[in-house]
Design a protein around this ligand. Structure first.
Ligand SMILES: Nc1ncnc2c1ncn2[C@@H]1O[C@H](COP(=O)(O)OP(=O)(O)OP(=O)(O)O)[C@@H](O)[C@H]1O
Ligand SMILES: [Mg+2]
Length: 244
C-alpha cells in the first residue's frame, strides 16, 4: 500500500533521513521506532506531505505522492496525528472533529456531519461532558483523543500515528491499544511511531528501526527486539514482557 524508496531529507547540515526504504502492507499495523532524533517524525511528515523529500519517492497505492501538498495527500487517503498535539484551540471538541468530517466531503446524502463527529468522539472515548468544551481547555490526553477522532473523520485508508500513547497511564495505554486494534478491524492500515516497546510488541505485525536517519533493522517485533544493533543503540538490553 505504501512504499518509501530511498527517502532522504536534510535540515541544514543535518541528515535527518538517509536513503530510507519502508513498506507498509494493506491492513497491517506497522511500527516505526528508534532513539530520539532518529528521524521518525520526519519520515511521517514526508509521507503525509508536510515536508518534501530531498531525494527518493513515496508511493501510495502505486502513485507517486512525494510532491503533493498535505491536503491532497489527505484526500488520497493518508492522515496523520502529530506528536505535538495540534488543534483549533478556540473551537470545541465537536467543531474540531467537524473540520475533519467536512474536509473534502462531496456528497450531501451521507450521515449528518454533526452526528458523525459525535459518533467518532464517542468511539475514541471522549466524555460527553467534553463535547462542547473549547480545545484550549482540554488536557493533553483529551486533546489526543480529539486529534484521533478528527483524523478518523477524514476516512483515511492509511493512518499515521506519531506517539499517540505518550503520557498515558498503563490503563489508558491498554485502552488505546484496544482502540488501535479496532481501527484496523475497520479496514484502516496503520503506521505507528511509539517508544513504549510493550505497545509495539502488543500491536505491530512488523517493525522498522531508525538510527541517525538510517534504517538499521526491520522484522517482526520479536526479531527486532533480539537484534544486537537494536539492543545496542536503542533498547539498552533485550526486551522482555515481564520486566516492566
Ligand atoms: N523542521 C526542522 N528543522 C530543523 N531540524 C529538524 C526539523 N525537524 C526535525 N529536525 C531534526 O531532525 C532530526 C530528526 O528529528 P525527528 O523529529 O524526525 O526525530 P524523532 O525520531 O521523531 O525523535 P523523537 O523520538 O524525539 O520524536 C533531529 O535532529 C531534529 O532536531
Ligand atoms: Mg518524533
Amino acid at each position: 500500500m505504501l512504499k518509501c524508496i530511498a527517502v532522504s531529507k536534510k535540515f541544514g547540515g543535518l541528515n535527518a533521513l538517509k536513503n530510507v526504504d519502508l513498506i507498509v502492507n494493506k491492513n497491517e499495523i506497522a511500527g516505526l521506532v528508534g532513539p530520539n532524533g532518529s528521524g521518525k517524525s520526519t519520515l511521517l511528515n514526508i509521507i503525509s506531505g508536510v515536508y518534501k523529500p530531498d531525494s527518493g519517492k513515496v508511493l501510495f497505492m502505486n502513485e507517486d505522492i512525494s510532491k503533493l501538498p498535505a491536503h491532497l495527500v489527505c484526500s488520497k487517503g493518508i492522515t496523520k496525528t502529530s506528536q505535538a498535539v495540534q488543534s483549533f484551540p478556540h473551537m470545541t471538541s465537536i467543531e474540531n472533529v467537524l473540520s475533519g468530517v467536512l474536509f473534502g466531503r462531496k456528497e450531501v446524502k451521507e450521515q449528518d456531519p454533526l452526528d458523525k463527529a459525535k459518533e467518532l468522539l464517542d468511539f475514541v472515548g471522549l466524555g460527553k461532558e467534553k463535547l462542547n468544551i473549547a480545545a484550549r481547555n482540554l488536557n493533553v490526553v483529551e486533546l489526543r483523543r480529539v486529534q484521533l477522532a478528527r483524523a478518523l473523520a477524514t476516512a483515511p485508508k492509511l493512518l499515521l500515528l506519531d506517539e499517540l500513547l505518550t503520557g498515558l497511564t498503563p490503563k489508558e495505554s491498554d485502552e488505546a491499544i484496544a482502540l488501535v486494534k479496532l481501527i484496523r478491524k475497520q479496514g484502516i492500515t496503520i503506521l505507528i511511531v511509539e517508544h513504549v516497546m510493550r505497545v509495539i510488541m502488543g500491536l505491530c505485525d512488523r517493525v522498522t528501526v531508525l538510527h541517525h536517519g538510517e534504517k538499521i533493522c526491520e522484522g517482526t517485533p520479536g526479531e527486532v527486539c533480539n537484534d544486537k544493533s537494536v539492543v545496542k543503540v536503542y533498547l539498552g538490553k533485550k526486551f522482555s514482557f515481564y520486566e516492566d
